[in-house]
Design a binder for this molecule. Structure first.
Ligand SMILES: N[C@@H](CCC(=O)N[C@@H](CS)C(=O)NCC(=O)O)C(=O)O
Length: 239
């Protein structure tokens, strides 16, 4: 069974959605990023960037185990392994790859920064003058990126072709907290896609799996623990 190193965030949801869609059996190994479990040596051995998600497939190429980190690489690996939602035809695959990398280099990081500047910087760094600039810059960029998706989705039901890992990778960054900062009425085609993908049985199942561990608190919500968790998550430099 594939081991999924996971915490219920948009980047984590991408992989549960893919595993559910592809019908690959998996077991969730929670990585409590608020408690620093991403820095444990056993986890760093499979994910040297101290970020989840990561997977270990005991039945990798040649029947030997393989580990994969970075959600884009994980989805491509699972698509190749299952032969599902990642076309083999080169022209169709290039389309999926374009949107996959677009998400990895654009939508995910920009929405992540927008969430950070909007939700955390005012409380973490009250004396910093630049947080409004950061919030504004990244929120605008998410708005621009949503607009790009909206145009793509005006003429098709899914991103870059048939339903694929390109949809799975972007959906959590449109369906979750990120869309709360955007006027979604500006993007009717994107809104329809969000509902279309969100209605899929496998996507519903993936979000149910998240609930299994959502009861584990990310951080203690008060006092020193919260302070420590935020310092660890938001003040990282090279180790
Ligand atoms: N590019 C990575 C990003 C993963 C990522 O940012 N994961 C966050 C949670 S959403 C994490 O593990 N954070 C732990 C930390 O900041 O130490 C991917 O797509 O897999």
């Amino acid at each position: 069974m594939i081991e999924l190193y996971y915490w219920p965030t948009p980047n984590g949801h991408k992989v549960t959605i893919a595993l559910e869609e592809m019908g690959l059996p998996y077991v969730i190994k929670p990585v409590n990023i608020g408690r620093g479990e991403q820095f444990e040596p056993a986890f760093l051995a499979i994910s040297p960037n101290n970020r989840m998600p990561a997977i270990v497939d005991p039945d990798g190429p040649g029947g030997a185990p393989i580990s994969v980190f970075e959600s884009g690489a994980i989805l491509q690996y699972l698509g190749r392994k299952s032969g599902k939602f990642y076309p083999v035809d080169e022209r169709a695959r290039v389309k999926v790859d374009e949107w996959l990398f677009w998400q990895m280099g654009g939508l995910g990081p920009m929405a992540g920064q927008a969430n950070h500047f909007r939700n955390y910087s005012p409380t973490l760094l009250p004396d910093m003058r630049f947080s409004a600039y950061g919030a504004n810059r990244y929120t605008n960029e998410v708005h621009r990126l949503y607009g790009v998706m909206n145009i793509e989705l005006a003429s098709r039901d899914y991103i870059g072709g048939d339903y694929s890992i390109a949809d799975m990778i972007s959906w959590p960054w449109v369906a979750g907290q990120s869309s709360a900062m955007i006027q979604m009425e500006d993007f009717p085609h994107l809104t329809a896609w969000k509902a279309r993908v969100g209605a899929r049985v496998a996507v519903r199942r993936a979000l149910e799996r998240a609930k299994e561990i959502q009861n584990i608190p990310l951080v203690q919500q008060t006092g020193k623990d919260l302070e420590e968790a935020r310092k660890m998550l938001f003040g990282q430099r090279a180790r």
